[in-house]
Design a binder for this molecule. Structure first.
Ligand code: FRU
Length: 473
């Protein structure tokens, strides 16, 4: 196959969609231009609603609106009209992140109004979830003492014990991350209570964004996005008498590969979570593509018996699987064991190891070896790694490795679920660790995949090509 460069691809001037080999098919993207955090997740009147931070004017952050899409099945998404736009007043600089609550039967969005001088917590209501009326009189204007007026954002509203509560991301004296707790009887007038939680460590950034606080099983989970972009932490604990006492903590996504996680309760009781996956290429590449940012697939959360937060892609995604991909065995015992091909794949691989040597998958490899991305488990180091150093010959993309600690129990197989979707790569290991990143191979022939085992292991593997989630765009 002749190799032709895939990027940049100029957009057609008539507004048609152009074939873009880096654009994901089964991860949600804005119809065009910029997307960041998931916002206002809910299930209402038979549909899931995904709002998101959106700049409709350019594929870069700025002039933030709330974009909107909805779905009946969690898999296929339909674009809806823009939900919130900046307007003169509290949010004239942007409508920042927030959440949805059904308050006395009234769909309500809580979000941060942004101006260069300050951030305030705002509310808007709707009857149809499409047209929203802002209520400037309900705005929480002043943060509590010790919190700067530009370090106060991302309200998450939840109901507990007959009251409404709001968790707001903040910074304590511009030094450490903090989540503030407010209470309201009616979801309209709010009273500040106290910090829900303050960062125990100066290593966890100076500000915590996008706090999310929800019950999971018999515990409460707090997730926070660490600013500057140092990843997403979770804390699991108890919430008694309006006080959160964490019992264990961990890392949700490393390195800012996925950020601003937000969860919702599905009608069947599952807790579903989305996160924003940023671009990792230079702005001129993004400008040429005309779109930026993707959502993770929805992930189902649970706590395992040890209290660790576990995530896996929702079962509904199987509806997008086409016929299983043919996987060719090489007949080898070591080295390359299996070969297949594709750029948009759902891969399940289980490795039963009999030694401590490295193993994993290679994806997006070109026949001449000039491009390839490896997903590797290194048992001695207890590291799961996405090796990106050779992921693209394009110098304008990030290529450093992404890795995380992965401790397997004695005899526990490595179970990888890999969602490869053009430039988006989500790697779930044993439901306990998720690495999310971007890879931008520049050669049309970089479609080869294979399994490698340096030592002695049994491998069971299946893979499916995946369909599109946004038909008719
Ligand atoms: C997180 C964040 C939020 C803010 C939003 C602005 O990515 O910085 O704190 O509300 O993005 O788009």
């Amino acid at each position: 196959m002749a190799d032709s460069p895939l990027l940049p691809t100029p957009a057609p001037s008539d507004g048609r969609r152009w074939p873009d080999a880096q654009r994901p098919r089964f991860h949600f993207t804005a119809p065009s231009q910029w997307l960041n955090d998931p916002n206002g997740l809910c299930f209402h009147a038979g549909r899931y609603h995904l709002y998101y931070q959106h700049n409709p004017g350019a594929p870069k952050w700025g002039d933030i609106h709330w974009g909107h899409a909805s779905s009946a099945d969690l898999v296929h998404w339909q674009d809806e009209p823009i939900a919130l736009r900046p307007s003169p007043g509290h949010d004239q600089g942007g409508c920042f992140s927030g959440s949805f609550a059904l308050v006395d039967g009234v769909p309500t969005l809580y979000y941060t109004g942004y101006t260069a001088e300050r951030q305030v917590q705002c509310a808007a209501t709707s009857t149809d979830l499409q047209r929203w009326t802002k209520h400037p009189e309900r705005t929480i204007v002043e943060p509590p003492p010790g919190v700067g007026s530009t370090d106060f954002r991302d309200p998450y509203v939840f109901r507990h014990d007959g009251c409404w509560y709001m968790a707001v991301g903040a910074s304590m004296r511009s030094e450490r991350g903090q989540v503030l707790l407010y209470r309201s009887a009616d979801g309209v007038a709010w009273r500040y209570l106290h910090p829900l939680y303050t960062s125990p460590s100066l290593a966890l950034g100076v500000l915590w964004e996008c706090p999310n606080f929800f019950r999971l099983g018999d515990r409460w989970v707090l997730t926070v996005s660490v600013w500057p972009c140092l990843g997403v932490r979770y804390f699991v604990g108890r919430f008694d008498n309006e006080v959160f006492v964490p019992e264990r903590e961990g890392e949700l996504d490393v390195d800012g590969g996925a950020f601003a996680h937000l969860a919702m309760r599905a009608p069947d009781g599952r807790t579903l979570q989305w996160a924003w996956i940023n671009e990792q290429r230079e702005q001129d590449q993004i400008d040429a593509a005309g779109w930026a940012g993707a959502m993770s697939v929805p992930r189902e959360l649970r706590l395992d018996p040890q209290g660790r937060l576990c995530a896996r892609p929702v079962a509904e995604l199987a509806a997008l699987r086409r016929a299983p991909i043919a996987i060719e065995s090489t007949g080898e015992q070591r080295g390359t064991l299996h070969r297949f091909a594709g750029r948009c794949l759902d891969i399940e691989a289980t490795f039963t190891m009999r030694d401590r040597l490295r193993l994993g998958l290679t994806v997006l490899a070109s026949p001449d070896g000039s491009e390839s991305t490896r997903i590797l488990f290194w048992p001695d180091a207890r590291r799961l790694v996405i090796e990106r150093s050779r992921s693209s010959i394009n110098p304008k993309v990030r290529r450093q490795d992404v890795h995380s600690l992965l401790c397997l129990d004695e005899g526990e197989p490595l179970r990888l679920r890999v969602l490869l979707d053009a430039s988006v790569l989500e790697v779930h290991a044993n439901e306990r660790v998720c690495l999310t990143t971007r890879v931008y191979p520049a050669l049309a022939s970089s479609v080869q995949a294979s399994v490698f085992v340096d030592g002695d292991a049994d491998v069971a593997i299946q893979a499916w090509a995946m369909g599109e989630i946004c038909a008719g765009r």
